[in-house]
Write a protein that binds this ligand. Structure first.
Ligand code: BJW
Ligand code: ZN
Length: 249
């Protein structure tokens, strides 16, 4: 069954004029980066979805920075996995691939993908929490294990710095949402990989693609609210399924 499905998806990818991909935390799970809503989404008894909010930052900025430093350390020590790497090669072997990611970990870039829309920001950047416009690139500065309780970093303007990511209730960059929506509308094949498909507007992209006639392929270890919309469901880890598709191209 899976073999036939893989052959079928590979055949559609080969002839597609445009392929769009939406990824979520599941694609980085096999690199050792925790997902948000799995059992590993807990950090010191706080749920990730409670920490990723402007309210949490206003109430406890040091705690939120501690969580982000902990994640930076995990991500800094992680490597792209076979799923990220297969996707980056799709960019070269297929016609026009657009990668829309909800992930902030930068692992797609490290795997070699270039045509990327980072809908929820990037964990390696910080920006002014008061909006003076300062953005600070801290890529590759992996915090030491004991960096947890250091103070909240400050902007040159005196305000707090915050991670340059999108928290619940905050607006996404409209230009990026536009680009993602265009990628969804223009796709012949739309791959949805490793996302629980609960968080909007990202979770709405597969329906847009489907309405416009794309073949929607879901790759996930579990069912999601998108499973019933998907034309093909490939059940398994992204780091296994994506190389298996690549081998059939
Ligand atoms: C594997 C695997 C393996 C594991 N292989 N698979 C419309 C309707 C309803 C609500 C809203 C709406 N529009 C806006 C909202 C409100 C809200 C929202 O969507 N809420 C819902 C929860 C109901 N959205 C927003 O607030 C967004 N802003 C916005 O829309 O602005 C306008 C507006 C504002 C206010 C009101 C209305 C409109 C902003 C959303 C920002 C999300 N931010 C976070 C944190 C980013 C920073 C950080 O990383 O620290 O983004 S939250 C978190 O969730 C993170 C993720 O990118 C995102 C999605 O999670 P993801 O990637 O799907 O991970 P998981 O853990 O949920 O799932 C992992 C999946 O992988 C699972 O399915 C596993 O099975 C699978 N898996 N191992 C394959 N090996
Ligand atoms: Zn500032």
């Amino acid at each position: 069954m899976l073999d036939n499905q893989l052959d079928g998806v590979a055949a559609r990818l080969r002839t597609a004029r445009a392929v769009s991909v939406l990824t979520g935390a599941g694609i980085s799970a096999e690199s050792g980066v925790p997902t948000f809503r799995g059992k590993d989404g807990l950090w010191r008894n706080y749920s990730a979805t409670d920490l990723a909010t402007p309210e949490a930052f206003a109430r406890a900025p040091q705690l939120v920075w501690e969580w982000y430093r902990w994640r930076r350390r995990l991500i800094g020590q992680a490597s792209p996995n076979a799923g990220h790497l297969a996707l980056s090669r799709f960019e070269r072997s297929l016609t026009h691939v657009e990668l829309v990611t909800q992930n902030v970990d930068g692992l797609h870039q490290r795997a070699g993908s270039r045509n990327i829309v980072e809908l929820h920001g990037n964990i390696w950047r910080a920006r002014c929490a008061e909006g003076c416009g300062a953005v600070i690139d801290e890529a590759g500065v992996v915090p030491p294990a004991d960096a947890g309780r250091v103070a909240v970093p400050l902007c040159a303007c005196g305000a707090r710095l915050r991670p340059d990511v999108v928290w619940f209730g905050e607006s996404l960059d409209p230009a990026l949402v536009d680009r993602a929506a265009r990628a969804a509308r223009g796709a012949d094949v739309f791959l949805v990989i490793g996302t629980s498909a609960l968080v909007y507007p990202a979770a709405g992209l597969p329906s847009v693609a489907s309405r416009e006639g794309a073949l929607v392929v879901e790759i996930n270890i579990e069912d999601t609210p998108l499973t019933s919309l998907a034309d093909v469901t490939l059940r398994g880890p992204a780091a296994v399924i994506l190389p298996a598709i690549e081998a059939r191209l």
